[in-house]
Ligand binder design. Structure first.
Ligand code: T5A
Length: 210
């Protein structure tokens, strides 16, 4: 029997993370892995979902300060780690998380220019609770990703950022993925069918090895 793992999905808006979470769940089920939880960040606990709505909403009369944004995101992450991820991992449940620390490195570090040493300090605290076993990065171009996000619904506060912002986010994702040992990078510009096949092939290989 395979030991349960903590799998993180990362990527820009519209890269297909939510879609990929369901694809990954089906792949795990095909390996007879039945105890699976999908979570999203920010979110997935009562308090974290309240924080999510603050993060996403554009309060026209008050701008969310970039440090407030950072600490809200980490508050949501600590709530999720302590209340769901840590106890579930202890019970042998596999975790699929839509975003994690790397999103903060890319969006708040890259996009908002917050000092990486501050973000790393917070990441170290989160990693003490539990570290991901695998990061799956869905690599989509900024243009394609935002086009998909807009087709789905109106832009939220972060999606309203400039193209320059997202190009920096993408650059930081790659900068930090270089040092990530356990990763799978998927070309997410392809259609869902091709993306699904690529995830299936690479994840099956990883599961069989680990
Ligand atoms: N954030 C989050 C930070 O700034 N720092 C952090 O630390 C964290 C954790 C979260 C926001 O918070 C920010 C980043 C985000 O701006 P969110 O709603 O969760 O907000 O935003 P996203 O994570 O980007 O979610 P999206 O729903 O926009 O994108 P997904 O989940 O990547 O994409 P998905 O699967 O919902 O697909 C979007 C649409 O595209 C289609 C789908 O059918 C859907 O309609 N699609 C494809 N179409 C064609 N080909 C493909 N390969 C497709 N894949 C999906």
């Amino acid at each position: 029997m395979k030991k349960n793992k903590f799998i993180v999905i990362e990527g820009l808006e519209g890269s297909g993370k939510t879609t990929a979470c369901q694809i990954i769940k089906k792949i795990l089920l095909s390996h007879n892995i039945k105890k699976i939880i999908i979570v999203r960040q920010p979110g997935s606990t009562l308090i974290s979902e309240k924080i999510r709505s603050i993060i996403k909403k554009d309060y026209k009369t008050e701008k969310l300060n970039k440090f407030s944004e950072l600490f809200l995101l980490y508050s949501a992450r600590f709530q999720l780690m302590e209340n769901i991820i840590k106890p579930s991992l202890k019970k042998g449940v596999w975790i699929i998380s839509d975003r994690h620390n790397l999103s903060s490195i890319a969006y708040q570090g890259g996009g908002r220019n917050i000092d990486q040493s501050l973000i790393q300090m917070l990441n170290n605290l989160i990693n003490k609770i539990s570290k991901p076993d695998l990061t799956i990065f869905l690599d989509v171009s900024v243009e394609i990703g935002l086009k998909r996000a807009l087709l789905r619904s109106n832009f939220d506060r972060i999606e309203k950022q400039s193209k320059k912002f997202f190009l920096k986010v993408r650059k930081y994702y790659f900068k930090f993925l270089l040092s990530e040992k356990n990763k799978i990078i998927i070309n997410a510009n392809n259609n869902i069918k091709v993306m699904k096949e690529n995830i299936k092939n690479q994840l099956n290989t990883w599961i069989n090895k680990n």
